[in-house]
Write a new protein. Structure first.
Length: 161
């Protein structure tokens, strides 16, 4: 099980998707499986796959590295290329930070949300006010109980710092 940096290269036009994985072999299988099923999370890569076909794409291991260094090295590889030559949705490795929706995409998202009715459970009681009687019951139920602080381990990005 090798971890490292990979790229999915369109051999027709040279564009590529750069990524990192803890298990490169498994990541290749997942990418190509979802692309074949036409349900890949990266719409830009999916459209190119649909246009050029499976034969135009190659999975290449760029560099094997320790898991802790994957995100930092992936960022170096993303920065090496002109962002317009990549299928990546974000210029930042490991997150969608920096991804901006186009005005057309924002309008489409807005139109899809217009007129939606949410049940009380789905909107997390937004705008709902408990009665004084309900507040008293909730307060007495929590009386004497202490909250535990969540245990937060060092994530991959924190280890890189």
């Amino acid at each position: 099980m090798a971890s490292g940096i990979y790229e999915i290269v369109n051999t027709t036009d040279g564009k590529r998707y750069v990524g990192s994985a803890v298990n490169l072999a498994k990541r290749e299988i997942v990418h190509f499986s979802t692309l074949r099923k036409n349900c890949h999370s990266n719409a830009h890569l999916q459209h190119a796959w649909n246009k050029y076909g499976e034969g135009a794409f190659e999975f290449r291991v760029v560099q094997e590295c320790a898991t802790a260094k994957c995100i930092a090295l992936e960022q170096k590889h993303i920065d090496y290329y002109d962002f317009d030559d990549l299928y990546n949705l974000s210029p930042t490795a490991g997150s969608l930070l920096g991804m901006k929706h186009t005005e057309a995409a924002k309008a489409k998202i807005s139109a899809a949300q217009m007129g939606k009715q949410y049940s009380l459970g789905k909107q997390n009681f937004l705008g709902y006010t408990h009665t004084n009687r309900a507040r008293a019951r909730l307060s007495s139920a929590r009386m004497g109980k202490k909250y535990k602080k969540p245990r937060i381990g060092l994530g991959l990005q924190a280890q890189l710092l």
